[in-house]
Design a protein around this ligand. Sequence first.
Ligand code: MEV
Length: 307
Amino acid sequence: MKASAPGKIILFGEHAVVYGRPALAVPVTQVHADVEVLDSSRPGVWINAPIIDLHAELTSLPSDHPIASVILKLIQLFGFSQTPGLEINISSTIPVASGLGSGAAVSVALIRSLSSFFFHSLSDDEINIIAYEIEKLHHGTPSGIDNTVITYNVPVYFIKGQPIETFKTGKPFTIVIGDTGIPALTKESVGDVRRLWLKDTHYFENIFNEIAQISLIARRSIENGQPELLGELMDRNHALLQKLTVSSPELDKLVITAREAGAFGAKLSGGGRGGNMIALVEQARAESVASALISAGAKRTIITEIS
Ligand code: MEV
């Protein structure tokens, strides 16, 4: 039984979203995690995930292993005392630790394929709850935005703990994604921001409020068909993310390069410190911005249309 799940980018509001502010995220279907569950004649649950160099039987993995924890959770949910022999093949084109939601996408695809394999149908709401539990195991204090946008595979205007809201795009717009190629764990940048916030809550709350304003205006601009207004909002959001200390010289370099190559605006996307940045571009300029990013050191680029 096969299932897949897309990657994602955060357009506006990362980090502030952990503190209850709104954020906007969209799925990126050019990259995806794919899982296949097959019957196996040998006993045990065998997992092959070449992307993380994993070839192992379930019981040989620690129970909090990101993949094992999903499988164990479902075995418990389905009420199995013993599982039949299974082979689980996991592949993904989403770079690991890059801010594109690779972990959440693997969890969602794995939950989907295992539940279909065992004829235990789960709604998107149920899948999202399980994927969020897994995110909490591995990312400390996640907002839940990654698992939500990836599970429902629609643009989301996300506020932690509130029912999922999607948003419509009045006019399509083009985003170039540039990967620094530097792996960075979201857990670490989220933990660092928390430490700073605990030390100087007032200052950081103000930054989160400014980011919240940007997310609100961005949603309105997207829905009103004025995506050209997003460029300046991205620049402002990036400056605030720098104040949160989650940018890096490599991210800043790609952001500046994108602007110099004609993007309307650019910012880091996701946890930061490494991983990806995004730039808003005129469609006709997407290729030239992408190649400027490669010349400035990006390991790869993706051009995606938000519509
Ligand atoms: C990660 O994609 C987005 C962050 O805001 C963390 C979170 O929301 O859980 C940095």
